[in-house]
Design a protein around this ligand. Structure first.
Ligand code: ADP
Ligand code: ZN
Length: 361
């Protein structure tokens, strides 16, 4: 088992990573579990159909009674209605102050269960057990929780750190291939912004057993950044590499057309090409990124000329003003932020033209 400690002012917690850890989850929950009260396990129908038996066995072995809250899968459940239904389960289960919620699923479950845990009785204990690659390397670490609102994604949320994060990479065996690829986009992102050696590892002959090591490397980078900037005012912004363009792509095509990871993959290449064009990024970085993405079966090149993304960027509610703080690469393994006006971004995007030839690997 690999263990990382996230040291935040509000308290420290561990991220534990290892194949087969699900079997030990029950024992790991014991320190957070009050004898008399049930644990509520929030999950979705897909995860439940695959892992109901091993999860129940793991908790039973530790003598922990639990109430499952099984949500429909998908982003639409990350809603005020979905939240309301969870609170109903909490109420019926008699989840008390000091009680424990386990978020067992992908990013949707983590966000929804996390926000419910943050708000129920002004906050109960939360343990994250992420089951998608995206959630294992990204959303389960760092304490962001939220639900969507008619006015926008993740509009209602809280920073709420878990007591523990338990990552079992074996749960990824049942994850649809497209979801795994999407998660790999975020893994590649960590290499691009912070670790040339991770980037090179991903470019080597990866063995399946290497996954735990790779997840650990990503969680380490994310937690280091989060510790220095928990509330996302500075350095944490580097984690948005590829996301300003990625979100524009998601908005332009409607959420769900491309997965988040697919859109981020395109966005990273656009950002790298833009940086090269502005002579801020070492030449060749964009091609290195494109090659690595293609190697992990992600399409690297957005099919339209990137300048079409300008209107969707400017309409991003988060950006507010006349520009954004864009994350660019200095070189592979190093990123920085640069304030840019939308006009200037649009002009630079126009210079990029259509996508170059797609690599085939
Ligand atoms: P993400 O973590 O990418 O934000 P979701 O929480 O929406 O996304 O999960 C993506 C999809 O994968 C959902 O349909 C979810 O039910 C399913 N899923 C999550 N974890 C697993 C798993 N380990 N095996 C199979 N399907 C899973
Ligand atoms: Zn992302």
């Amino acid at each position: 088992m690999r263990t990382l400690t996230v040291e935040l002012p509000g308290g420290a917690y561990e991220i534990r990573i290892g194949d087969g850890l699900l079997a030990e989850l029950g024992a790991m929950l014991l320190p957070f579990h009050g004898e008399e009260t049930p644990v509520v396990v929030v999950t979705d129908e897909n995860v439940w159909s695959h892992y109901r038996a091993p999860l129940a066995a793991s908790l039973a072995a530790a003598g922990i009674a639990f109430v499952p809250a099984v949500c429909p899968p998908g982003e639409t459940n990350k809603s005020m209605d979905g939240l309301e239904r969870l609170y109903d389960v909490f109420a019926k289960a008699g989840l008390p102050r000091g009680g424990l919620v386990v978020a067992f699923g992908g990013g949707v479950v983590g966000d929804l269960a996390g926000f419910a845990a943050a708000t129920w009785m002004r906050g109960v204990q939360l343990v994250q057990v992420p089951t998608t690659l995206l959630a294992q390397v990204d959303s389960s670490v760092g304490g962001k929780t939220a639900v969507n609102h008619a006015h926008g994604k993740n509009l209602i949320g809280a920073f709420y750190q878990p007591k523990l994060v338990v990552v079992d990479p074996e749960t990824l065996r049942t994850l649809p291939a497209r979801e795994v690829r999407g998660g790999m986009a975020e893994v590649i992102k960590y290499g691009a912004i912070r670790s040339k050696s991770l980037f090179d590892t991903l470019d080597g002959d990866m063995k399946p057993a290497a996954l735990a090591e790779i997840i650990e490397a990503c969680c380490r980078i994310k937690s280091e950044i989060v510790v220095r900037d928990e509330r996302d005012f500075g350095e944490r912004m580097l984690l948005n590499f590829g996301h300003t363009f990625g979100h524009a792509i998601e908005r332009r095509h409607g959420f769900g057309h491309y997965t988040h990871g697919e859109a981020v993959a395109f966005g990273m290449v656009v950002a790298a090409r833009l940086g090269e064009r502005l002579a801020l990024t070492q030449p060749g970085a964009a091609d290195a990124l494109r090659r690595l993405l293609a190697r992990h079966r992600l399409a690297p090149d957005y099919p339209e000329p990137p300048v079409v993304l300008a209107p969707a960027m400017a309409s991003d509610k988060k950006s507010g003003g006349r520009g954004v703080r864009l994350v660019l690469l200095r070189r592979i393994g190093e990123a920085f932020t640069q304030e840019m006006r939308f006009d200037d971004i649009e002009a630079a995007l126009a210079l990029l033209g259509a996508a170059p030839q797609v690599f085939s690997q």
